[in-house]
Design a protein around this ligand. Structure first.
Ligand code: AMP
Length: 365
């Protein structure tokens, strides 16, 4: 007999965070007959346009308890949700993934230590808590705040200990990580789903190209050796397993000039580099997350088309009507009213037959 899911269709998934990742998760949940309720402190958060919602701060315990009472299971769509909020929610309802995955992913030091324990190689790194910590490190290097950095924010490239000390002062002398600068051939990511029974299903490894620290393009599949891609998926699976995570884990890596994989960072949530799976795979990353958190069997994440995904950042979104008119493109807009530089406002995906290598240069003329 098939096992009953934790939450049957008709039930409600609580999503902490109301950004585009929550919005696309709610749309996938609706397709499977589930309702969603979004919690975000911003009354205009984009996911609130497509789901029931509450507006509250994440440290408002009474609001968290009211939210938990209205949902059957809780998941998160952003990484920096306070761990205390997740621990509180877990008193009332299952939280998937649980607080531990977030606690590790929110601090670059335990995150890198964890990656090494799992078997990933990493760039050389050391904690920075005092000016003398810059002495004797290898340069060039990149200085990153341990917490709350994203899209290249809270980072500085430095060529010497002197420059490091100056950059650290500019970053407010908060706890940082100093990492060796990798001369990488390309950046790749792996997204894996893990179910409560331990089943693992990986999406194909993709290549990511950034501009000014923000993801610009994702190319699926990544043009890397199949053995390298399999290693990335195996290590991502080992990380999810070790975390006991139920949901999605996205791992960003570098491929260096020798073809070696180096861990950069991970996120226990849907990932921008997985948006191509909406059209490119038999089930998207968002459907896979919904399945994992409600306890349905994981779907087959097989690639049915090659793809290039481009983010629409800031003014790029103004091309929406031209993009919508191109029959070869699939346009997604996130319902954000205000166009700001560096803000992700939508994305667009172009599909290719499985035997055609996607060319990112001609994908979006
Ligand atoms: P992160 O926020 O750590 O993902 O960094 C943002 C981007 O900065 C990455 O996607 C890379 O393009 C670049 N970057 C981060 N760390 C390194 C590194 N150790 N070596 C070279 N480039 C890096």
């Amino acid at each position: 007999m098939d096992a009953e899911p934790l939450v049957a269709p008709g039930g409600c998934i609580g999503i902490v965070g109301g950004g585009q990742l929550g919005r696309m998760t709610a749309l996938a949940a609706a397709a499977l007959g589930y309702r969603c309720r979004v919690l975000d402190r911003d009354p205009l958060a984009p996911a609130k346009q497509v789901a029931a919602h509450d507006t509250a701060d994440y440290d408002d315990m009474a609001a968290l308890e009211r939210f938990a009472a209205k949902v059957d299971v809780v998941t998160c769509e952003f990484e920096n949700v306070p761990v205390a909020a997740l621990e509180a929610l877990a008193l009332w309802k299952p939280v998937r993934p649980g607080p531990r995955a977030f606690a590790i992913a929110q601090d670059r030091l335990p995150e890198k230590d964890f990656a090494r324990e799992v078997g990933f190689a990493t760039p050389p790194y050391r904690a920075i808590a005092a000016e003398s910590d810059f002495d004797g490190a290898a340069y060039p290097a990149i200085l990153k705040t341990r917490r709350l950095g994203y899209d290249g924010k809270g980072q500085a490239r430095i060529a010497s200990a002197e420059e490091g000390r100056a950059a650290w002062t500019r970053l407010g002398r908060v706890p940082c990580l100093l990492e060796g600068l990798v001369d990488f051939e390309r950046e790749v990511s792996a997204i894996i789903a893990r179910a409560a029974d331990g089943a693992l299903r990986a999406f194909d490894v993709v290549e990511n190209r950034h501009r000014q620290g923000i993801l610009d393009l994702t190319i699926a599949p990544a043009p890397i050796a199949p053995a390298r891609a399999a290693e990335a998926q195996r290590l991502a699976g080992a990380a999810a397993q070790r975390l006991g995570l139920v949901g999605l884990l996205a791992v960003e890596m570098f491929v260096d000039r020798q073809g070696r994989l180096l861990f950069n960072e991970m996120a226990p949530r849907p990932h921008n580099s997985g948006h191509w799976t909406i059209e490119g795979c038999t089930a998207s990353q968002f459907e896979q997350l919904v399945r994992a958190v409600v306890g349905l069997p994981l779907a087959d994440p097989a690639r049915r088309a090659n793809a290039v995904m481009k983010n629409l950042i800031g003014d790029e979104v103004r091309a929406w009507s031209r993009l919508a008119a191109d029959p070869a493109l699939k346009l997604h807009l996130y319902g954000k009213a205000e166009i700001r530089a560096g803000r992700k406002l939508g994305h667009v995906t172009r599909l290719y037959p499985l035997d055609v290598t996607p060319d990112p240069r001609s994908a979006f003329p």
